[in-house]
Structures are given as structure tokens and as C-alpha cells.
Design a protein around this ligand. Structure first.
Ligand code: NAD
Length: 347
């Protein structure tokens, strides 16, 4: 095994993991010096947020978090932050609630606790995506990284199986691209491979493996924060932003095809992905796992229109970026066609 030169940055977030550990939230808020925290959720988890806020001295609940962190919502929350002298955020939910906690922390540099209830991975990254006037901007800043993350798998018991599956595939996508990232390192690769293994083994038996799935999501979120992403994430970002496709479902459908696109150019990563999946090849292993989990298979099933595929390929090829295989308009158009129809990747 050859070890290429690398940079490894330490992992700054304190991670508290285990069933029932949500009970430590109040103590953790105190440890971070929060006297007037804002407890953030989306509408669906408003009751949980209110309940937790009622048990933490000085806390205020806010249930307005929404997909893609709209700046208008952040501004509404910031008015409460100023009026109440909020000095910390506690975000409970998926990437949407955690995104709002990050948006407030970026503006105020207050400490954050994230309590993820999906597998999307945002809690482990210093990355914030915000939307205003239909455009999404993404920034990376150490202030955005939550100080503490509490993974309590009991909170994921209510996550419906279809959402769990697509969210889990969203997490696996982070680990896949970390394995062929230019700025990866041996520790990131270990975490990525173990993250894929844990989720691939847990997703088919979620009734007994919620802790293993959450553990995999932690690893996959960590590598998303630590390594640069490539074709798969860029394409999903484009399809979500310009064609309004749903986040986790788009990741699920595109992943086997993005992996097939990069297969020849990143053989070592492919071998590790296949090994983690217990499959012969990475792309087919991912595709077959998704079929076994009855996940969406085709872009046409999740709202993409066939007449938009050409424009999507034009946009994806317009701004080249680092990717193991060169980005060509023709190659992306074929990838999109395969994903649109849900074809099994070639061997
Ligand atoms: P989400 O947070 O919008 O949650 C999806 C749905 O699941 C919501 O309706 C939510 O109420 C519900 N839900 C969440 N947990 C539940 C539970 N345990 N039980 C029942 N229902 C539950 O979606 P997501 O996929 O977690 O996150 C997607 C967002 O996160 C996107 O905006 C994406 O861009 C962002 N994201 C950001 C990063 C980053 O590093 N900045 C990383 C990953 C995702």
C-alpha cells in the first residue's frame, strides 16, 4: 500500500452517541455556557422542540426551519435572537433544522448543539448552504461547525423507512466521494469505508439496526466535512437547485451512475466501496442495494422531465471542476439518460 502525502485536520466536534443520550442535552447546553438557547426544529418536529425547550432553563422554541435554509426564515429567527438575547442554538431534526442553527451561528458566532434525526450529515460539517431569491450560496467557515453533536438513535425510530433509506444513501454518497477526493487522507478513507459498511448493513434491517445506521451517518457526515466532493454532489446540487428535485431522493438515484462514471478513473476507491458493500463492483453494488431497499430508481420517478435532460447536461458541463474522470457534456448526458430511465450500470 502506498501512502500519498496528506494533511489531516483534527475533528473539532464533541460527539455524544447512544440511545437515550438526548437526556444529556440540558447539561451539554450548560457546559457550553448557554443561558438563553434557541431550540430549533421544522414544523413536523415542533412538539418535540417545545417539549425540550420547556425542560431547559431560559430556552425559547422556534419551529420555522425549512429545506435549503431560506434567508427570510433565518432573518425571522435572528429577530428572536436579538429580542431574547439568545446565546446558543440547539437544532433538532434533519439538515434543514441544523442548517438554520448553522446560519445563526455564522451570524453571531454563538455555540451550537446539533441533534440529528436523519442521516444527511450536515451536523459534522463547517458548510452552510443558504437560499435567497431562488439562488443557493454555499460557504465554509469554522464558526459554522457545531460544537457538540448528540446522536440518539431513539430519535430516528419515527423516521419513515422510505425517508430513512434515501437519507442513508445520501450519507453513503458523502463517503463514496471522500474515497476519491483529492484532499482525502488515510483516516478519512477508513471512516468512509466503515460508514458505507455500517449503513449498507443497517438499512435492510432498520427495525434492529438504528444505532448502526446513525453511527454510519456520523462517519459519512464527518468525511463530508473533511474532504472535497466531486461529480455526484455537484450534479445533485444542480438538479435540486435548477430543477427542484428532492434532495435525498436525487442523491439516491444519481449515486450508482456517478460511481459508474468514475469507475475506471478511481479503481482503488471502487475496490474499497465494493468491499464495504460486500459486492463485486461499486456501481452495481449500490444499484442492487437500492433495488433491494425499494428506493426510487429513476429520475423520471422523482419529478425530472425528459426534455430538461439536455439543459441539465449543458449546465453540468459548463463549469468544470475536479473529478476523477474528466467531465464531458456527452458523458454527463449519458449518465443523466441512464439515471432518468433507472438502468442498471454496466458491469
Ligand atoms: P430535512 O431536514 O428537510 O428532513 C426531511 C423531513 O424529515 C422533514 O419533513 C422532517 O421534519 C422529517 N424528519 C426528520 N427527522 C425525522 C424523524 N426522526 N422522524 C420523522 N420525521 C423526521 O431533510 P434532510 O435530508 O435531513 O436534510 C436536507 C437538507 O440538509 C438540505 O437542505 C441539504 O442541502 C442540507 N444538507 C446540508 C449539509 C451541509 O453540510 N451543509 C449536508 C447535508 C445536507
Amino acid at each position: 500500500m502506498t501512502i500519498a502525502p496528506f494533511v489531516f485536520a483534527g475533528l473539532p466536534t464533541r460527539v455524544i452517541f447512544g440511545p437515550g443520550r438526548l437526556a444529556e442535552l440540558g447539561a451539554e447546553a450548560e457546559r457550553l455556557g448557554m443561558k438563553r438557547p434557541l431550540v430549533i426544529t421544522g414544523k413536523h418536529q415542533a412538539a418535540l422542540g417545545r417539549d425540550l425547550a420547556s425542560r431547559i432553563t431560559g430556552a425559547t422554541a422556534f419551529d420555522g426551519a425549512a429545506m435549503h435554509t431560506p434567508v427570510a426564515v433565518t432573518e425571522a429567527a435572528m429577530r428572536i435572537v436579538r429580542e431574547r438575547g439568545i446565546d446558543g442554538t440547539i437544532a433538532i431534526g434533519g439538515g434543514s433544522a441544523i442548517g438554520l442553527g448553522k446560519a445563526i451561528a455564522w451570524r453571531t458566532d454563538c455555540p451550537q448543539i446539533a441533534v440529528p434525526t436523519t442521516y444527511a450529515g450536515s451536523e459534522m460539517t463547517p458548510i452552510l448552504g443558504e437560499t435567497a431569491d431562488g439562488a443557493k450560496t454555499t460557504r465554509r467557515d469554522p464558526k459554522i461547525q457545531p460544537e457538540t453533536v448528540i446522536y440518539d438513535p431513539e430519535l430516528t425510530l419515527s423516521l419513515p423507512t422510505p425517508l430513512s433509506v434515501t437519507s442513508g444513501m445520501n450519507a453513503i454518497a458523502h463517503a463514496v466521494e471522500a474515497l476519491y477526493a483529492k484532499d482525502g487522507n488515510p483516516v478519512v478513507s477508513l471512516m468512509a469505508e466503515e460508514g458505507i459498511r455500517a449503513l449498507a448493513q443497517a438499512l435492510p434491517r432498520l427495525h434492529e439496526a438504528r444505532a448502526e445506521a446513525h453511527y454510519g451517518a456520523w462517519l459519512c457526515g464527518t468525511v463530508l466535512g473533511a474532504a472535497g466532493m466531486a461529480l455526484h454532489h455537484k450534479l445533485c446540487h444542480l438538479l435540486g437547485g435548477s430543477f427542484d428535485l428532492p434532495h435525498a431522493e436525487t442523491h439516491t438515484v444519481i449515486l450508482p451512475h456517478a460511481v459508474a462514471y468514475n469507475a475506471k478513473a478511481a479503481p482503488e476507491a471502487m475496490a474499497r466501496i465494493a468491499k464495504a458493500l460486500g459486492a463485486n463492483t461499486a456501481a452495481r453494488g449500490l444499484f442492487d442495494l437500492e433495488r433491494a431497499l425499494v428506493a426510487p430508481a429513476a429520475l423520471r420517478e422523482i419529478g425530472m422531465k425528459e426534455e430538461d435532460l439536455d439543459r441539465a447536461a449543458d449546465l453540468a458541463a459548463a463549469n468544470p471542476y475536479r473529478n476523477p474522470a474528466p467531465i464531458t457534456r456527452e458523458g454527463i448526458r449519458k449518465l443523466l439518460d441512464d439515471a432518468f430511465h433507472g438502468r442498471r450500470p454496466a458491469a
